[in-house]
Design a protein around this ligand. Sequence first.
Ligand code: BG6
Ligand code: MG
Length: 217
Amino acid sequence: MIRAVIFDLDGVIVSTDEFHYQGWQRLADEEAVPFDRQVNERLRGVSRQQSLEILLERDSRRRSDGEKHALAERKNEYYRALIQTLVPGDLLPGVPAVIAGLKDRHIKIAIASSSKNTWTILERVGLTDTFDAVVTGNDIRETKPSPEIFLKAAHQVGLPPAECLVIEDAAVGVEGALRAGMRVLAVGSAATDPRATARADSLATFPASDILMIGEV
Ligand code: BG6
Ligand code: MG
């Protein structure tokens, strides 16, 4: 039985995945590093520093650790300017209804996001007091596909992994949730991932009642 739902943030609750892309694209253009949406797909769900390493795979220059740090900071500045524009109306379609439906049924809800900007985003969209647990990029040692972030979220809501379902838009997130022993609903960019327990293009077509039936026999 599912008694907790753990949400990824970027690309599941809000379309900040697009802002991440815009921030990296601007940095890549300024640094003359080839970058496009296809490469960007590999950045989904991974930490800022690891995202930079992937972006720099196509770089012809060698960068010191200090330079890399400065590049990641610069991208974060661009990104933070973009998230300042967020308002509660920017929640992705279906999200408010799913959250309300889960709360009505006394299901625990949590956030498990690799982002160190998680709390800023939750503030902007009016969700700071909504979740029973929030685990962010500041609280983990290993980035997804490590199961660490999901296990921490389960621990914080006090439920075993087998009673948790994760909603993810990243391939590394789907993998991490499965490694944690949880069921996964893959949405958006991950909606065709064959490893997921269930798939949906968007939460708009997947009400809370259906989410709670995933993987039930
Ligand atoms: C994840 C995103 O949620 O957070 C990644 O999917 C991003 O694209 C990562 O790199 C880290 O985010 P931040 O906000 O700490 O740079
Ligand atoms: Mg995501």
